[in-house]
Structures are given as structure tokens and as C-alpha cells.
Write a protein of this length. Sequence first.
Lengths: 362, 362
Amino acid sequence: MDRYTEYREVARQLGLDAVALVPGPNFARMLGKNFHVNERPLVVVVPVEGPPAAVVPNLELRSWDLVNFDGETFDWMDQTGYSGAFEALARHMTLRRIGVEGQVMRVFIHHALAAAWPGIEIIDAEREISLLRARKTEAEIAAMSEAIRISEAALAEVFEKVRVGLTEKEVERMLVQALYANGAEEQAFGPIVAAGENSARPHASARDDYAIRPGDALLFDFGAQWGGFCADITRTVFVGHASDEAREVYATVLAANEKGIELARPGATAHEIDDAVIGVLEASPFADRIRTKTGHGLGRAVHETPYIMRGNHQVLEPGMVFTDEPGLYHIGSFGVRIEDDVLITETGCRVLTAFPKTLTVL
Amino acid sequence: MDRYTEYREVARQLGLDAVALVPGPNFARMLGKNFHVNERPLVVVVPVEGPPAAVVPNLELRSWDLVNFDGETFDWMDQTGYSGAFEALARHMTLRRIGVEGQVMRVFIHHALAAAWPGIEIIDAEREISLLRARKTEAEIAAMSEAIRISEAALAEVFEKVRVGLTEKEVERMLVQALYANGAEEQAFGPIVAAGENSARPHASARDDYAIRPGDALLFDFGAQWGGFCADITRTVFVGHASDEAREVYATVLAANEKGIELARPGATAHEIDDAVIGVLEASPFADRIRTKTGHGLGRAVHETPYIMRGNHQVLEPGMVFTDEPGLYHIGSFGVRIEDDVLITETGCRVLTAFPKTLTVL
């Protein structure tokens, strides 16, 4: 077994001649190194049998050396364009059906493949290729735990500084600086810092014209990336004071979050977890504030398999990590979301996030 | 003329029924707001005539409200999937040929379009759609200038702290924190901080196991994003001392950089600029260290039209911004790159970057 074996097997099972990977989470897992995503195509083709081959921009060759690639590399220069390199690859390797990562590969590369192998069938094998990332190794869990540690240290620092009158943007900038100061390699995604009615938008953008007011909910959804792995954590606090309604909503969301942890174990399905978590919210007086499912897998990508939602009967297995992030969103008023990162173990689960969840008034 | 007019015109000129935009630089320009790129398709279709229409994830609807969209919106929930929304859009709008952004749209959305309109022809209209961004408005130049100001302030702070013994990663983290402390909304791209032989890799990754040594070249290539616009600046300095060879290489790269500024004016072609800039390097004793072209357009995307390279006979027009970033890369030894951001004006050019370029020994 070498680093291509599992990918060859995916191709074989789908009746494909090969899979083609581009820089991103699967590429990084397979080759141990990632590359910038830009206008220059970089593609690795792994056939069912025989050595892989790659198209690589000439100016990346000295970085490509670090990959210790096992197959033929066809490079190309900006001045001459990339179609010649794809044609050379097509002469080198006969392909009729190829699987690609539909969530990662962009259309111009799809078109370059179609032009190089006229009549080629290009299949979206995202699900099968990404499924190889679902069960994390111990080293991968350690990297994710470090990303979480960094994230939680940063949040604790920001909590010390939050006060009425700061804008969402100012708080966001504090958070981002604290992430890097604590050792983040990158951010797992653009952070959400949302106060007041903005907290009722599941994917709010921080505003520079809204200053935090007494009684506001303040929602943080963010994460560091470390060693190629993402953290994803949400905490909602209140500033100055919390209303009775806020406290009741918070307790409801926390109960739903805890229900997810209670049920997380090998053999449970994604559907069962979501059904129980959302069930807690549905049984509350706030059922009309439900907007989202329970969560998603977490790893090299911040959203990946398994998606924790009704209708997804995928069975959870040891080594899988998912977010448990129920929320209630009252449009025009406020929202609450509480998110932990949960690892399925051999016997149950381990919650990787450790930041306190008791109702906090800053 | 409304915000869709130019996009309709692109579709008309290419003989298309519509163009489809997804979150990214063109989408942000057209709608004044951007969205997270994730596994949930969000697509706006702008037909040659009649109102636009969109497919939007249900959980984004409260953010979508902020767009004040002019057409029909078909939303979808995670639990039921997105194919129904695409089918509803297809019943609403007949399409046979559609243009997409090949550098931005991912394959799974391409497949969703092809499934909703069987037999549809999907054309890569990246060049024509992105060309609408090439001539910047004064407000856009102001945003980019702010991104550059932030970037240069951050670099000045980092220069105060660089010393022998720090790792590339430590310096990178200082730089990133300084960017956010100075007001960056995001980073324009993952920064390059490369010392010693790593500086000879045009797209190096910072290492946490390499500490800066006396005499090292130290290359910074980075930029803030502000108001949706990117800065992109490179400076190469030396730590402790600079060898005679280093000084000679630096002077050569600086002369090439200055040649680009000298020639930048409306009516010049991208080819002419690159030919002259690279010509300076080719005439030097270091011609075998050339790895890259002169530069690329800069705006909402860090790499965009016009690409400043031989063979590209695109004529430069007032309002265009490009990077002038010649470099010399001696594999296994060191590299030097100097990068400015240059605005074409009515009569010549204005260099937006102001950071000193005299040889610096920290």
C-alpha cells in the first residue's frame, strides 16, 4: 500500500480509469503538502493501475520537488499556457472515465480535461474521495486538538476585552489577532462575530457601523487551522445583562447541544443525532426559530462528511469528528448557537472542545 | 443601466442566453456583497433580457435579504438538497447556452446546471466577465490604497522585530498579526515569508524549522484586503549583512522593476512591459535565474486581468492596476523579488505602493 492505493481503489469501485485531484484537502492528505489555489492549473491524475502523473505550473516546480512525486510531471509556463501540458499528459495516459472532486475542482480545469481527452466522461467523485478523510488518525486528531486549543485561548483573551460600544468589526479584529498570537497557521474560515439582531443570521458578516449595546447577544463562530486541520467552535454570550427570554433560549440550545453529545457513539447514524438534537428544539416554545441542521464533519476542510442531518443515514464510526451546533434564530431580535467538536471513539465520544458553556454575561 | 446591464451585454456579445455568477469577485462587484464559499450552491443567473433569478441556500436567506435582489429566488434546505431549486429555476427560465466563471465556479455547480437544463452548453466566460473589473473606479482605487497603506504599516512594524534566530513561521505570524492590528479585513492571500534558500522558491511556504541566519535574504510577499480590494507587495531584505552578489542581484531586480514603472502608460501593451522588464534581467549576468513573468492585474482578486507577460497584447487602459514584480531565483541559494502595485492613469501611471526599495539590511 502506497499513498495512492486508496485513491486507485475509489476509481476502481466507481468504474473509472482514474481520479484527478487538485490542491485542497484531499490533495494535501495524499501528498503531504498543499499548494496555493490560483489561476494556474495543478492536477494530479491517479490511474487505477500504473504510476500517477501531474500537470504543474513551471514556477511551482521547486515547491513541487518537496512532494517527491512518483510519476511523470508535465510542466507549463505562463507565456505558453497549459493546454500543451494537458495534451502531453493525454498522450501519456489513456482515459475515458475520470472522477474529480466536484466541491474543489473549478470549471476551467474540467474544461481542460475535456479538451485534452475528447469525449471523456467526468464524474463527480467528491463523496467517495472525501470519505477517505472521514476517519481521522491519532496524529490528525492531535493536530485538530491543537487548532482547538489555539482557538479557545484566543476566545478567552477576547472575552477579557469585550465591552459595550465596540463594533462587531473591532471585536472580530481582536479575535483574529489573538488566533495568530496563539499560534494559528491560518483561520479555518472567515470568522463570524455577530451582535444583537445580527446574531440571528446564521452566517452574519461583522459590521463596522454597529456598536455593541447592553443586553446584546454576542455570537462567535470561528476556528484556527493548525497542521492542516480546522477547529470550529461557537459560543454565544450576553453583554451587560441577559433577559429572561435570552436565558430560556440559551438553556434550550444548550440542552440540544448536550443531547447530541449524549447520543454520539459508533453505530449511531447522522440522522438519529440530528433528529434528537432538533427534536429538543422542536419541543421548546422556540420551534419557529430553527434554521439549521445539527452540524457537519470537520477535518482538513471545515465542512466535510459526515453531515449531521435528518435523512442522512450514514453510520458514525470511530475517528469521525463532527460539529454539534444547534441554534435558535429569532429574525430581527437575536440568535443563540453553541458548537462543540465531537470525536467518535471506540466506545462513545470525546468532546474535543473544552470552552465553558455555562451562560456567560460579559 | 442597472447593476446587471454589463453582464447582460457580455452574454449578448458571446451569443449566450445568460451568464451565471457564484460568490467571488464578480459576484461581489455586481451585488455589492459577498458570501462564504462552501458546499452549498448559491448561483445568480442573469439572462440577456428580463429579470435575473437565483438559487440560494435557505439558511442564507436573511443575509440574502441584504442584497435587495431584483428577481426570483429559489431557496433550498440541507435536508432536501438543491436539485429541486435548480429544477424550479429551469422551469422559470429557458436556457440553451450559458456563460460561467471558469476560475471561480466549481464542478458540482456545473453538474447541477447541466442536470437542470439537459443539453445546455456551458461556456467558460471567465475572461469576458472578469474584464468588467479591469478598469477600477476612484472608489475602488481608494479601497485598494487603504489595503496597501495597511500592508505597508504592517511591514514597517515587522522590520523592527526581525532578527537572526527567528523562524520563518514566527516572522509570518508577526506579519499577519500586524496586518489585522492595522485594520486589514482579511488577507489578500496566504503570505510568503521566505528566508535563505527558500526565497528562491517563488511560492515558498514558511517553515517552522528554519531559523534566520546572518546574511540571509528575507522575502515578504503579502497583502491586506480592505473594502473588498487586495494589496500585493513584495520586498526582499537581508539580515545582518548582504554579500556583494546579493547587492548586485538586488540592483538588477530593482532596475527591472523601475523599467516597468517607466513604461507603464495607457496604450502600452502587457507584452511590451514584460518584454522590457524581463529584458533587463536577461541582459544581466543572472539571466538563468529568471522564473516568472512581470506581474498580473490586481483588484478584488489578487490575480486578475491584465496578465503582464510576453504574448499578451492587451492594451493597458486608465484605471487598470497591475503588479510589477520581477525576480531572480537562484535555486539552492537565494532569491530576490521587488513588487509594486501600479495604476495606469490618463497620462502615465501612479505607483500605489510607497514602501522604500533601497537595499535594506536589518
